[in-house]
Design a protein around this ligand. Structure first.
Ligand SMILES: CC(C)(COP(=O)(O)OP(=O)(O)OC[C@H]1O[C@@H](n2cnc3c(N)ncnc32)[C@H](O)[C@@H]1OP(=O)(O)O)[C@@H](O)C(=O)NCCC(=O)NCCS
Length: 185
């Protein structure tokens, strides 16, 4: 599916463009938004690179990586960023990641966004399994994934190196057949 453009009740998802660099930097460059992510806040130049790589990935066949701007449906303002990465060796399965600008947190938008990503992955991309890995300390991500119907699967020990130390990840997943019961439409 390209270019991607889908919407839910409150949010839209569409391909990122160079015009979104500042909006993406408001997430990837923010110390609070990256606190539980395995990288330091990104510079604007690093975000430019992410957008350039996203455009390259969007043109690839088969397409494995979707880097999408999260928009507020009414205003079309970009309030976050979402990724969906199809595994090369297991093309029925994809990992998702997401981040919202901190002034948008705590209103159920993260949960809505995960629901929309599941709809995109299962319905549009015909995936069978969608998973996400979070820091054990990331309670907001835990609750958002659980409420959206992503089951907690287990712990990957020392999964990532973050700020000079090993960090475990907790994996959540949704399966296509289970997801039918959590659909938001
Ligand atoms: C994770 C994230 C997307 C959640 O978005 P959000 O819009 O704040 O989430 P929601 O409002 O849908 O909240 C989901 C649940 O978490 C709870 N919650 C939100 N922030 C919380 C916090 N800091 N501590 C504890 N609970 C929290 C909410 O009350 C809600 O639970 P409920 O449905 O039982 O009321 C957002 O915090 C974010 O962008 N964080 C930075 C990037 C990140 O960590 N991404 C996830 C990587 S796995």
């Amino acid at each position: 599916m390209r270019p991607v453009e889908i919407s839910g009740k409150r949010l839209g998802l569409r391909e990122v463009t160079v015009d979104d660099i500042d909006a993406l930097h408001a997430v990837y460059g923010d110390p609070a938004a990256t606190e539980h992510l395995p990288f330091d806040p990104r510079t604007r130049e690093e975000v430019e690179q992410i957008v350039a790589e996203a455009a390259e990935a969007a043109a690839a066949t088969p397409r494995r990586l979707y880097v999408l701007a999260v928009t507020e449906r009414e205003s079309e303002q970009v309030i976050g960023v979402a990724r969906l990465h199809i595994e090369a060796d297991h093309p029925h399965s994809a990992e998702i990641g997401l981040g919202l600008r901190p002034d948008q947190w705590g209103r159920g938008i993260g949960t809505d966004l995960i629901r929309l990503l599941l709809t995109f992955g299962f319905r549009h991309l015909r995936l069978h399994r969608i998973w996400g890995a979070r820091s054990p300390a990331n309670t907001a991500a835990q609750l958002a994934m659980l409420v959206a119907g992503m089951v907690e699967e287990g712990r990957i020990r020392h999964h990532v190196r973050a700020r000079g130390a090993w960090r475990d990840s907790i994996v959540h997943s949704a399966l296509e057949d289970e997801w039918e019961g959590h659909r938001d439409d």
